[in-house]
Ligand binder design. Structure first.
Ligand SMILES: *[C@@H]1O[C@H](CO)[C@@H](O)[C@H](O)[C@H]1NC(C)=O
Ligand SMILES: *[C@@H]1O[C@H](CO)[C@@H](O)[C@H](O)[C@H]1NC(C)=O
Ligand SMILES: *[C@@H]1O[C@H](CO)[C@@H](O)[C@H](O)[C@H]1NC(C)=O
Ligand SMILES: *[C@@H]1O[C@H](CO)[C@@H](O)[C@H](O)[C@H]1NC(C)=O
Ligand SMILES: *[C@@H]1O[C@H](CO)[C@@H](O)[C@H](O)[C@H]1NC(C)=O
Ligand SMILES: *[C@@H]1O[C@H](CO)[C@@H](O)[C@H](O)[C@H]1NC(C)=O
Ligand SMILES: *[C@@H]1O[C@H](CO)[C@@H](O)[C@H](O)[C@H]1NC(C)=O
Ligand SMILES: *[C@@H]1O[C@H](CO)[C@@H](O)[C@H](O)[C@H]1NC(C)=O
Ligand SMILES: *[C@@H]1O[C@H](CO)[C@@H](O)[C@H](O)[C@H]1NC(C)=O
Ligand SMILES: *[C@@H]1O[C@H](CO)[C@@H](O)[C@H](O)[C@H]1NC(C)=O
Ligand SMILES: *[C@@H]1O[C@H](CO)[C@@H](O)[C@H](O)[C@H]1NC(C)=O
Ligand SMILES: *[C@@H]1O[C@H](CO)[C@@H](O)[C@H](O)[C@H]1NC(C)=O
Length: 565
């Protein structure tokens, strides 16, 4: 799980920080149990009632539910979901209503500003309906943590936010319509002397000169400026910040960047430069960052082979060079990156065979070289692989036997190649996604496929042989099923729906010799996309068909239903 470790690196810091915070909150909870004051409870209730609860507005959250549902007048507000109190003074010092389906705004007269002792506020992933962030936020003089990410705030970030000089973590990300101007940014840089985590990604900063970032606090550990539309020269000083571990600068197309050679060894571990204009000079200087563990140069237009200076980075665990216009053969020296657990070379122009030296990458969990021009066979075993993506190449030969036996494997994408032979029994049940379509593979499907309890994606299009669709009904987690260009046996009969696909969203059955609208569709209430083109279905569309997928807006692909009357 080394890759996951890297990805959650910054969160780990944060978690530690928050855990300390929680520990502090609960440290004396047993000694005094003080109810929060009626005024504070009233302010919270008033804050709650100033919003509607609308489910759709927080679709980005993994888990979202209205935390304010547990807020009931007459009970101790310190026990309410999302509310944290100082156990000695009984003051409300923490409010976490992230992902709570709040829909409304926070005007300057909001009762939120009657809670001056707040130290931690998280309102991320709610819908503030393009309202402006109130300048009253400056009142929270003790605030160390403020998270307003993805809240549909609009209008300038108020300059008063820089008064929150105790902030350790500030997240304003994902509010595309909330520009940050030079004046406010300079205030933040000057006053936030303790800041460790600064997330300003997806904020329009096109009117700011990157120089404004020059004197950032040496406390800074995580700095996210992805998709900020920064233009001009990025200040070199930032690379001298002694504690900086993660720097995200993706998609600032007109940002020019040079990384100075540092006297001490740099501590930078994560660098994302996707779509940043890459020069030879930049590549040279990246080679100085020997501490890097995680490098993303997606879409960087590197041209030719992997730039020489990158080979210095032997500590890399995560390397993404996808869509970066690389060509030639895949270098054997990739084996030098012995720590790699994530490697993405997809969407380039690599040709020739996949070098067998790749099997030296014993840590590799994720490998993608899809959308290239690779020939020859699938490489030898990668014993810890979780996810393999080699789709859209010219690979031939049979499926190697190790594919059936590596029990860490969850995803196999090999569609759109020239693979041949049959599909053998899978020895493990770990697979969640398998895509083998559009090859020259032969059916029948091995029976072990129907025991993959967690299978959610299955593409077995263009197999020769009969496929019994009812077999798939054992796979209750199936969301995507493509059996196009097979001889399909539907086996549906009578009035009862004897098998259903409760979670199926995409069903592709093009050119399958289907001659009836099978009733199993009736039980597939989640269907969003249905391809029945090029079949032999006659007659009227049965009434029940209009209920299919009714949990969703409409069948998006209904125009692809071809009927012959
Ligand atoms: C805030 O002011 C608006 C009018 O500007 C008023 O309608 C609203 O009730 C006030 N809200 C609170 C919580 O006082
Ligand atoms: C802000 O809150 C969201 C939702 O809880 C979370 O995913 C994100 O990591 C938070 N940001 C920071 C900097 O803590
Ligand atoms: C810095 O914060 C202090 C109070 O915390 C405030 O008085 C001052 O105006 C702030 N400076 C800037 C540039 O925001
Ligand atoms: C970003 O802000 C600038 C002005 O500061 C504006 O001209 C531009 O349209 C904004 N971009 C987007 C995508 O809203
Ligand atoms: C950064 O600090 C230096 C030295 O204190 C100062 O000369 C410079 O003007 C500052 N730059 C900005 C953009 O604040
Ligand atoms: C980058 O700058 C060039 C030249 O100034 C300009 O033509 C282009 O539109 C800019 N691209 C973006 C994404 O701002
Ligand atoms: C690096 O070292 C050189 C000489 O050893 C010195 O001149 C330079 O100022 C140092 N740079 C930094 C950023 O410390
Ligand atoms: C890719 O690199 C070639 C040179 O190898 C160059 O001609 C071409 O413009 C590049 N493509 C893109 C999309 O930048
Ligand atoms: C890979 O490592 C070998 C042996 O350590 C070394 O000879 C070779 O130059 C390295 N390859 C690259 C491209 O750095
Ligand atoms: C696979 O393709 C290569 C050329 O790309 C060819 O030499 C080889 O014979 C093919 N192997 C099979 C099994 O078709
Ligand atoms: C299926 O997924 C569940 C939940 O992620 C997991 O606990 C279980 O071990 C998986 N089953 C198999 C056979 O991998
Ligand atoms: C249809 O149903 C009848 C009676 O229930 C049964 O005998 C027959 O085998 C079924 N046909 C198929 C294709 O399942």
């Amino acid at each position: 799980m080394c890759c996951l470790l890297i990805r959650s690196f910054q969160l780990l810091y944060l978690l530690l920080f928050l855990l300390n915070f929680q520990a502090y909150l609960s440290s004396c909870s047993s000694s005094i149990t003080q109810l929060c004051s009626p005024e504070v409870a009233a302010a919270l209730i008033q804050f709650k009632t100033s919003f509607s609860i609308i489910k759709d507005s927080s679709w980005k959250c993994d888990e979202s539910y209205p935390k304010t549902n547990s807020w009931k007048e007459g009970s101790d507000c310190c026990s309410w979901d999302g509310v944290a109190c100082d156990s000695i003074k009984g003051q409300v010092i923490g409010l976490d209503l992230s992902c709570s389906q709040l829909y409304g705004s926070i005007p300057s007269n909001s009762s939120l500003f009657h809670l001056p002792h707040l130290q931690k506020v998280n309102l991320a992933f709610n819908d503030f309906q393009f309202s402006k962030m109130s300048s009253k936020f400056r009142r929270f003089a003790s605030l160390v943590y403020l998270n307003l990410s993805n809240t549909y705030l609009a209008g300038q970030v108020p300059s008063q936010i820089s008064h929150l000089s105790k902030l350790v973590s500030l997240d304003l990300s994902g509010n595309y319509y909330q520009p940050l101007d030079r004046h406010t940014l300079e205030g933040l840089v000057q006053n936030l002397t303790e800041v460790r985590h600064l997330f300003l990604n997806d904020i329009n900063m096109s009117s700011v000169h990157p120089n404004a970032l020059m004197n950032l606090s040496s406390s800074l550990r995580t700095f996210n400026l992805n998709y900020c539309d920064l233009r001009g020269k990025f200040p070199k000083n930032i690379f001298h910040l002694p504690n900086l571990k993660s720097l995200y600068l993706a998609d600032n197309i007109n940002l020019t960047l040079y990384i100075p050679k540092l006297n001490r060894s740099s501590n930078l571990e994560i660098l994302d430069l996707s779509f940043v204009s890459s020069s030879m000079e930049l590549m040279d200087s990246i080679g100085n960052l020997v501490s890097l563990k995680h490098l993303v140069l997606y879409g960087a237009n590197l041209m030719g082979s992997i730039p020489r200076p990158l080979w210095n980075l032997v500590s890399l665990e995560y390397l993404n060079l996808g869509n970066s216009n690389l060509s030639g053969s895949i270098p054997r020296s990739l084996r030098n990156f012995t720590q790699l657990c994530y490697l993405d070379l997809s969407g380039n122009y690599f040709s020739g065979q996949i070098p067998s030296s790749l099997t030296n990458l014993r840590q590799l969990e994720f490998l993608s070289i899809s959308h290239n021009q690779l020939e020859g066979s699938i490489p030898d075993a990668l014993p810890n692989l979780i996810s393999l993506h080699l789709s859209f190449n010219l690979l031939n030969g049979t499926l190697p036997s190790w594919l059936y036996t590596v029990c860490t494997m969850k995803q196999i994408y090999l569609n759109d190649n020239k693979l041949s032979g049959d599909i053998k029994e899978f020895q493990c049940k770990s697979l969640e996604k398998i895509s083998l379509g559009n090859n020259k593979l032969k059916g029948p499907l091995p029976s072990s496929i129907f025991q993959l309890v967690n299978l959610s994606t299955a593409d077995f299009s263009h197999l020769s042989g009969i496929v019994h669709i009812n077999m798939f009904s054992k796979l209750q987690n199936l969301q995507y099923l493509d059996l196009s260009y097979n001889n399909l046996s539907l086996n549906s009969n009578g009035t009862s729906v004897d098998y259903v696909f409760p979670n199926l969203r995409y069903l592709l059955l093009s050119s399958c010799n289907v001659n009836e609208l099978s009733r199993f569709l009736k039980g597939s209430k989640s269907l969003q996309y249905l391809d029945l083109s090029n079949n032999k279905i006659y007659g009227k569309i049965p009434k029940w068909m209009w209920d299919v997928g009714k949990d969703y807006a409409a069948l998006e692909f209904i125009s692809q239903l071809f009927y012959r009357f």
